[in-house]
Design a protein around this ligand. Structure first.
Ligand code: USQ
Length: 415
């Protein structure tokens, strides 16, 4: 297959690129290196050193079977003064030239805390995420009308679109409802907890509308937080994917692992009862590969709740502490005031049917072994990571965002 990955340079984009290449697929990777720059913007870096995109292409093509073409541009192009037709966007032109079998959309601002920093970051997140998806929807529509080719769109959404409802989270865009005594089919209720999660919920609704109006063929992946440093292909350092750990870009389990290596206390927020749907990098990449290779029927909008296990953030802290102490680290846990507005004890039970049908039954490696591998990889970077300790403690508060005007925002306003 020929697969276009928008956002190929990111934490998931890169391992998926090489998983597909290793299986003989050709990949076209688009990325404007936004995440690399935005992580620098908050004074942080990837905990694992990564190659430049050009070096990545050379390395991957020398090791794996498929080919990799790389392009650097934004897929959220929207300039109403210059462009009045989607056919004039770079992403349309690329899709039209290459005619891939599937397009994976990872090219979104992916951090909840980043979106909560202040007005600029909220507006950036909304604009980038919603416009990039809108460009893709219209590119798909024009190409289908003009050539008849129905390209499968694989879009990364998030489990966080649902929030933490008091019902089992359906794996479907629609549910049956009884409202004021009348039955109907309505969209699955959403309760996002940040501007980032809200932008993804908006994308899902836009794709659902494109599906009901025009028959968009798409897989929308509701994924929980991912952890890990390795996949089957990442067998040496030159193939590492990025690994974020700062308060803005790092996700909870990856952050705990860096904290453990640096002898900093692990930081469950609040009571630590926040339960989320987790999966390892290996299981995420394999699930994505199988979803790409097994598309839905033409005109279907397939929702996939992509995870293998659920844990509370306190349970995870205890597991990292146990594994860390087993390998001689001195790991402690210190709960801190929750900088977010979220329930820290709640019901949580998402449905999970589609991945088991594709053979992804449970985690391929138990979580303790996976944490062991992460801690080993990070321990080699300990000296360098010590210079970044100040970016680990949370500073972005959901309550005060919009009030704080940081120096960095002032600088941007003057540009
Ligand atoms: N948390 C802690 N301590 C920390 C960091 C986080 O207790 O040091 C808590 C948060 O308060 C939250 C939970 O851990 O309750 C998850 O936070 P996170 O930072 O790991 O994940 P989140 O902000 O929700 O976003 C991440 C990815 C995002 C993806 C999402 C899946 O950045 O791209 O969509 O996970 S989900 O969480 O299911 O929405």
């Amino acid at each position: 297959m020929k697969v276009l990955i928008m956002g190929f340079d990111g934490y998931l984009g890169w391992p998926l690129t090489i998983r597909l290449m290793a299986n003989g697929h050709d990949v076209i990777g688009v990325d404007n290196l936004y995440t690399r720059n935005a992580v620098n913007e908050v004074g942080s870096t990837s905990a694992l050193k990564i190659l430049t995109p050009t070096q990545r292409k050379i390395e991957a093509e020398s090791i794996f079977n498929g080919t990799l073409q790389i392009k650097n541009f934004s897929v959220a192009e929207f300039n109403p003064k210059r462009i009045s037709d989607v056919r004039d966007t770079k992403i349309y032109k690329l899709i039209n030239d290459e005619m891939p079998d599937a397009i994976v959309h990872f090219a979104e601002q992916r951090s909840a805390p980043y979106s909560m920093r202040n007005w600029w970051h909220a507006a950036y997140t909304m604009n980038n995420n919603i416009i990039s998806t809108m460009n893709l929807i219209y590119a798909w529509k024009v190409i289908k009308e003009e050539t008849g080719k129905d390209i499968h769109i694989v879009k990364m959404g998030t489990m966080g679109e649902y929030g933490t409802p008091n019902f089992d989270i359906p794996e479907s865009h629609y549910v049956k409802a009884l409202i004021n005594g009348k039955k109907d089919i309505i969209k699955t209720p959403k309760k996002a907890g940040s501007w980032y999660h809200q932008s993804k919920a908006h994308d899902t609704d836009n794709m659902g509308l494109a599906n009901s109006m025009w028959g968009l063929t798409a897989t929308n992946i509701m994924q929980g937080p991912v952890y890990g440093t390795r996949t089957k292909e990442i067998t040496k350092e030159s193939l590492y994917t990025r690994f974020d750990f700062d308060e803005t870009w790092g996700t909870v389990l990856n952050r705990y692992c860096v904290q453990a290596v640096l002898n900093m206390p692990l930081t469950p927020y609040g009571k630590g009862g926040q339960t989320r749907a987790f999966l390892s990098l290996e299981d995420s990449v394999e699930s994505l590969k199988r979803l790409i290779e097994n598309p839905p029927k033409n005109g279907e909008f397939r929702i996939v709740n992509q995870f293998t296990e659920t844990y509370s953030v306190m349970q995870l802290a205890e597991i990292v502490k146990e594994v860390g102490n087993e390998i001689g680290l001195n790991v402690s846990i210190k709960s801190i005031n929750n900088p977010r507005i979220e329930a820290d004890t709640h019901y949580y039970n998402p449905e999970r049917k589609i991945l088991p049908e594709l053979g992804i039954i449970g985690p391929t490696r138990d979580i303790k072994s996976e944490i062991h591998i992460i801690l080993d990889d990070l321990s080699k970077e300990k000296e360098r990571l010590q210079r970044y300790m100040r970016v680990i403690e949370p500073k972005t508060s959901w309550k005060s965002s919009g009030v704080i005007v940081s120096n960095e925002t002032k600088k941007r306003s003057k540009q």
